[in-house]
Write a protein that binds this ligand. Structure first.
Ligand code: SF4
Length: 158
């Protein structure tokens, strides 16, 4: 049991190092991408499911800004900054699908370290600048992120 926990911690550390290294490598390209060519992806587990009134589509939600969770502020800032869109995704596969349709040049992904590292790997061959912002509390529901950190990435330019 102890070994299991230790193994899990080591894996998390590997994902963390990998995602932060990728962030650093792609930061300049991300910062030089115009806002209207960027998209934000937030995880559905951040929603306040007791009160969420986001519009549900097949594989994602569109936030209606009820104020029930931090996605509200992120969505407001993204719109104010002229981002193309914010999608609340139900899973990693949705991101590839949306990218195929929307063709953004840069994306922000808010996720746990594991999901974040998967997105970097899956989109490796695409010409898209990615910036990852970690969840400060992960899990299947009521997850959280640092709004200041999201805002810092969202508004960054070169
Ligand atoms: S702010 Fe958006 S995502 Fe959050 S609970 Fe309200 S409608 Fe749902």
């Amino acid at each position: 049991m102890r070994w299991c926990g230790l193994h899990q911690k080591n894996k998390e550390q590997i994902y963390k190092v990998f995602t932060y290294r990728q962030n650093k490598l792609q930061a300049k390209k991300f910062a030089s991408t115009p806002f209207n060519k960027r998209i934000v992806f937030a995880p559905h587990c951040m929603r306040n499911i007791a009160s969420c009134i986001a519009i549900e589509k097949e594989s994602y939600y569109i936030c209606t800004r009820c104020g029930g969770c931090k996605i509200c502020k992120i969505s407001e800032l993204a719109q104010k900054s002229n981002y193309r869109a914010l999608y609340i995704v139900k899973g990693g596969r949705t991101i590839s699908k949306i990218i195929k349709e929307q063709k953004p040049e840069a994306i922000i992904g808010i996720a746990c370290f594991f999901e974040g590292s998967q997105v970097f790997k899956v989109l490796k061959e695409k010409n898209i600048a990615i910036q990852f912002v970690p969840l400060t509390k992960d899990g299947c529901s009521a997850t959280d992120t640092d709004l200041t950190e999201v805002a810092k990435v969202l508004i960054c330019t070169k």
